[in-house]
Design a protein around this ligand. Structure first.
Ligand code: ATP
Length: 605
């Protein structure tokens, strides 16, 4: 009598039901692997194994039905009968275990049915299973990367198998390459039919950066990529008379929507086969001044029945995941590490600076002790960016500033100068918080406390990219304590040290956190100057400057008339002078009135 017969006798008359084991919260721990010889399956073998669903197999578990009354004695603990596996089954099981081990090693978590196996080297992409274009493979290898990053390991096979993807991986972990490679491979060669791939990013700077990477990767493939810089030029580049047809378009939602809304529309998205969102959670944000509405319109214009959709970001919010689950068929979700966490290559510090004026003192002290450029400094608004720029400029620091009020040309120059090392300290707003890949940023200073944990993760992710070490210092004052606890928690989760009291602080209500994310704190101006009189608001200031300039011109005219060099314009000039003097008076009295209502500014010196 073998174990099976004993088991049968003991359980006679008892009904069993089969239940799947609850999914583990930890990635891939269900198939605990004993030390295997570290030989990985080839990509095609691995893909087959995982397509057969092996990595999803949960342990079967028998559960006695509670309402069954039976006379059978309680069965003593039996050893589970070991099923004899065929050679083929044993090989399959071994492959599945290796896949699971590879995922575990790189903290890859997958959700979805029959998720393709990860690759462990770029060479695997040239196997017949993936059919990577030889030229694309060449371009990929020309980067000289030793191996794919974890997100590339898993996202590449998923997208090359034409699955919808929602990918979450830390900042600076190579997500751009993970979505561009499958697009290029899918399109294969140039066609004159028009646009077939659309990549959207929240800022022009990020879209331009993706465009540059795409131009590198498409070298020699014949594929044509376009980046919409100015909508005014788009008519020639995309209008009905345009002869040049592009395959891939990279842009921001507002530019694309504007072109779609023209009559007739300047873009045709019927042929879009690849729809990719970088910084997807930002693009899916709802509400005023957010992208969701524009995105809905653009998505609706992409009517190709087989379009592939991919979302990438370092952070995700619940509504985005819900949207993806509702709208995307055959979705695979990939997470590297812990969702919504900071990259562990950044050494993070929180620095109490007492008050607003303490921030300037802290920066100056850091400069005195020796800053290691390049340094990025984040402030919460363009006005504050301008103020800090003025201060640091007078300190003789090689500094520049980038914000939405600067012209596109100025913004481009600024980014270029920072990339090339001509600028050492770049002051920026949230505009540069996401996606921008400045190589080798040594330090990020959060001069103004980030409005949310999501913003914190992206801002500090401008350093410590592609496995390099980085450092981030976040200033805080008494006014910033509301978000302090959650950011301290992020630091702790990524291996940093924070004082215990911060973790014990009271949690803020969700509604308050949301409000803070939308509306930053009002802060005292950044200034060390003693200003006896309030400064005019920037708008009035520009107006006054203009008036003063015109007055100067009129004065010159008057002088010319006096010398009999000009015969006209005398009465005109007089009238104009009077009018300007009146406007000037009005502005100055307005500014003075505002100043009385305001608190007098504190000064550091
Ligand atoms: N396999 C790789 N090995 C080493 N470096 C890589 C690899 N793939 C990409 N990189 C480099 O890593 C850097 C960051 O890549 P990328 O900008 O795509 O990051 P990201 O994940 O999109 O970051 P973010 O979330 O901040 O947008 C780039 O400079 C890129 O060239």
């Amino acid at each position: 009598m073998d174990t099976f017969d004993i088991f049968k006798q003991l359980t006679a008359g008892v009904r069993f039901t089969k239940k799947r084991a609850a999914p583990s919260s930890k990635p891939n721990t269900s198939n605990q692997v004993k030390e295997q010889p570290r030989q990985l399956p080839s990509a095609s073998e691995a893909a087959e194994a995982s397509e057969s669903g092996d990595e999803c197999t949960a342990k079967d578990e028998f559960r006695l039905l509670t309402n069954v009354t039976g006379t059978a004695p309680t069965a003593p603990k039996q050893k589970k009968a070991k099923k004899q596996l065929s050679k083929e089954q044993a090989e399959q099981q071994q492959r599945a275990e290796q896949i699971s081990a590879l995922r575990k090693e790189h903290s890859i978590t997958v959700l979805g049915k029959d998720v393709p196996a990860p690759i462990s080297s770029f060479d695997e992409l040239s196997t017949p299973h993936f059919k990577l274009l030889p030229r694309l493979q060449e371009n990929l290898l020309s980067y000289g990367f030793a191996q794919p990053t974890p997100i590339q390991m898993q996202a590449l096979p998923v997208l090359l198998n034409n699955r919808a993807l929602m990918a979450c991986a830390p900042t600076g972990s190579g997500k751009t390459l993970a979505f561009l490679t499958p697009i290029i491979n899918g399109l294969r060669s140039h066609k004159t039919t028009g646009l077939r791939a659309l990549v959207l990013a929240p800022t022009r700077e990020l879209a331009q950066q993706i465009y540059r990477e795409c131009a590198e990767l498409t070298r020699g493939t014949g594929l044509r990529t376009h980046f919409i810089s100015k909508v005014s030029e788009a008519r020639q580049q995309h209008g009905p008379d345009c002869k040049q047809k592009y395959d891939i378009l990279i842009s921001t939602p507002n530019r694309v929507r504007f072109l779609l809304q023209q009559q007739p529309p300047l873009l045709d998205f019927k042929g879009i086969e690849w729809f990719v969102l970088d910084e997807a959670d930002r693009l899916m944000e709802e509400g005023q001044n957010n992208f969701k509405e524009q995105l809905d319109e653009i998505y609706a214009a992409c009517t190709h029945p087989q379009k592939r959709v991919a979302f990438f970001s370092a952070t995700y919010t619940v509504p985005v995941a819900k949207w993806a689950l509702r709208h995307l068929k055959n979705l695979v979700r990939v997470t590297i590490g812990v969702q919504n966490s900071a990259t562990d290559t950044v050494q993070q510090e929180l620095l109490f600076v007492g008050s607003e004026s303490g921030k300037l003192l802290a920066v100056r002290e850091m400069v005195r002790q020796g800053l290691q450029p390049p340094v990025l400094v984040f402030v919460q608004s363009k006005d504050r960016a301008k103020q800090l720029f003025e201060e640091l400029l007078y300190d003789g620091i090689n500094v520049d500033v980038i914000h939405a009020e600067r012209t596109q040309h100025q913004r481009d120059n600024c980014v270029r100068a920072f990339r090339e090392g001509h600028i050492w300290v770049l002051i920026c707003t949230e505009l540069m918080g996401r996606g921008i890949d400045f190589k080798g940023v040594n330090l990020v200073i959060n001069y103004d406390f980030p409005p949310s944990t999501i913003s914190y993760i992206h801002r500090i992710g401008r350093t410590g990219r592609a496995g390099r070490p980085g450092r981030a210092i976040t200033f805080f004052t008494q006014d910033d304590t509301a978000n302090l606890r959650s950011i301290a928690q992020i630091i702790k989760n990524s291996g940093g040290e924070v004082p215990e009291y911060m973790l014990q602080m009271k949690k803020v209500r969700k509604s308050e956190a949301k409000m803070r994310a939308k509306k930053p704190l009002e802060r005292e101006d950044i200034s060390t100057k003693i200003r006896p009189e309030p400064r005019p608001t920037p708008k009035n200031f520009v107006k006054l400057q203009k008036i003063e300039k015109t007055e100067k011109v009129l004065k010159q005219q008057k002088h010319k008339k006096h010398n009999n060099l000009a015969k006209n314009g005398d009465s005109n000039a007089l009238r104009k002078t009077k009018k300007l003097a009146k406007i000037k008076d009005q502005i100055e009295s307005k500014v003075a009135a505002k100043g009385k209502a305001k608190k007098p500014k504190k000064s550091v010196k």
